[in-house]
Design a protein around this ligand. Sequence first.
Ligand SMILES: C[S@@+](CC[C@H](N)C(=O)[O-])C[C@H]1O[C@@H](n2cnc3c(N)ncnc32)[C@H](O)[C@@H]1O
Length: 369
Amino acid sequence: MQDIDYSVQLQLKKNEIITDYELKKITLETSMKIFCKDEFFYRNRMDFPFSFDGPGQRQKGRFDRIVSFEKCYIANSGVDAAFGGVSAWFNAHRAEIDVFDVVKRAGTMRYATIRSPLFSQETSITFIFNAESPRIAEQKELIKQFAAGSAVKNVLLGLVKYNTDQSTVETAEIIKGSDVIFEQLGARKFYFHTQGFFQSNSGVLLDIIHFIREKLEGRYNTLVDLYGGVGTLGISLSGTADEVYVVDNSRLNSICGRKNIEVNGAANVKIIESDAGKIGELALGAGRSVFILDPPRNGIHRKVLSHIKTVLPEKLIYVSCNPATQAHDISVLLENYTLDDFAAFDMFPQTKHVESVAVLSKKPARANI
Ligand SMILES: C[S@@+](CC[C@H](N)C(=O)[O-])C[C@H]1O[C@@H](n2cnc3c(N)ncnc32)[C@H](O)[C@@H]1O
């Protein structure tokens, strides 16, 4: 959306959210607040597929056309510096690099996935190879040479099947440095796996944490951070509850979550590696409780919705990167809850995506009979 004035982008995003909610018969304030930070140079992660011209980005709507460029205007400076390094290396070794051809599904080099947390600058590059290539060993030597000559702290190598399009892997080989990096969020340090989840815009993430903290009222017995990743929200808000449970189904996220409890001295937090759909079996949410829900784009699992409607936590904070599924889930929850507050967060400037946070309170007991 770089061709659209930023103030218009923000209005378009608000309009989209309002329309998604209207479709579910929920009226949001047109004066809804939209938080924003840097309009450009904000992303801490970019996945660059290789073409025969070097690393680039896919042309919109085409899986087989990769556009090369010298500078990305949404990547942060750490990602941009690493991208510049990979591009220069590619140009110097163009004749030796065996690029994966997405049409023929043959060749070796597929992606350079670059992550550079804004406040720690702990950059990592994961090169993704075609696991079926006969030239892996030889191409790996090139990566080793790149790593030795690069200022980037962490270089990894991952293999994916020729017929899957993935830019991270469960098990990556460490060529240099570590497979775990960290971001500094205020006074807290959050480790995350180079192949795991972390929010892509740390500045706006801090705004979301502050917003949620302001909406919590008094002390809770239990805080459940469902779809909790490495515990960013649960640990940041751990001072507001006696017991905090961070539930996530990823092994890599959960390992980092345990480390984050330790480094942040958050002794009242527990990590539960589990599918959110099994929440009913976990028996969480005793006493006065708040649930933070931050699901992937497809929204909350139906078993989670029915569990919430059974245990009726005092407060729900629903963080979403897809207002359409958020509106659907909230329309189901409104039978037992009121929508008290809502704000949008421009986590992804220059793109059509937007993050939104809804705050819901349990209706008084009589209304729930
Ligand atoms: C949008 S991220 C939010 C992470 C975290 N709240 C944060 O702010 O960093 C969604 C998370 O849900 C996890 N996830 C996806 N599907 C899940 C499921 N079925 N059960 C539990 N966790 C899931 C992913 O691993 C990911 O960490």
